[in-house]
Design a protein around this ligand. Sequence first.
Ligand SMILES: [Zn+2]
Length: 342
Amino acid sequence: MKFTFLGTSAGSPTADRNVTAMALALDESRDWYLVDCGEGTQQRLLAKSPQQMESPQRMESHRGTRNRYTLSGLAGIFITHVHGDHIFGLPGLITSASMQGRKDPLTICAPEGVESFVRHSLKCAAVCNMPFELNFIRSDQADFHFQDQHFKVTSHELSHRVPSYAYRFAERPVTQSMDQDKLEALNVPRGPLWGELQSGNSVTLPDGSIVHPQDVRQPLRSGRVAIIGGDNDQPDLLIDAMKGVDVLVHEATFTEPVLEKVGPQYMHSTARMVGEAAEKGGVSHVILTHISGRYRKQSSDFALSVEALRSEAQSVFRGQVELAEDFGCWALDRDRKLTRME
Ligand SMILES: [Zn+2]
């Protein structure tokens, strides 16, 4: 499961951070999902990362990431809330997909207001004869669910100035492959007998013994689960949904001292609030994003460096804390290890 950040700034972009968007993909699958689509997201998908300049190796790895996230491979868009820094990229991205000749219908899961914004924008811009359908699903309805071959997705209400939602992506159960060591230990000859077992049939070996499929299957492993949150000032609202979750991606717009100065009216979380909720919810990895432009990667004043966010979250959370940055990509493997990809 891969998390690639296309925009990680709160409210408006900075020189290093664009407004919110994140790509989610299941390992090497060509299909991918976009969560939020701030202005310029489509350009972010194409843009060269600054790291590309550093070494040919990094260039290669980034090129792989970039090529994977094509508009024809986009399997669904999930919008957390209607604020501009989360949706202003939609009309442009959809128009480009149309110009590139996408044919498959595009599903957009979003709360009320987003469909109207998109359809009006396209109409005002005289976009017509699109070669694919837009299929909107209201994610603010109680019966919302999205399911395809990779994920089951549910929405969870948050607390913000407008209705805002988190999406919980649960990987569909993984098909059980056969364990080669067990097949060899039981002396099952390679060939048609392996195929029969893979198809779920018992087989009789040349020596007369019978092998059943369950004798040679790898143990069933539960799928990986991630929550991608929208803007929210009460991360505790997600505690029930955090059951079984491996990765929580959540906004941490401020640190506690800055929130005290700014006041609560913008309805955002601090890194500490996210860390406390993640600790209570039993999540093992947190990625903090939607970071206020006042925090810098390097700052002589630690209180205004992004590391201040990490240390605040880490002071109350025993799991792994990561700080999202634009073009940053993290992979969660089947052993539930979260690693930053180079
Ligand atoms: Zn926002």
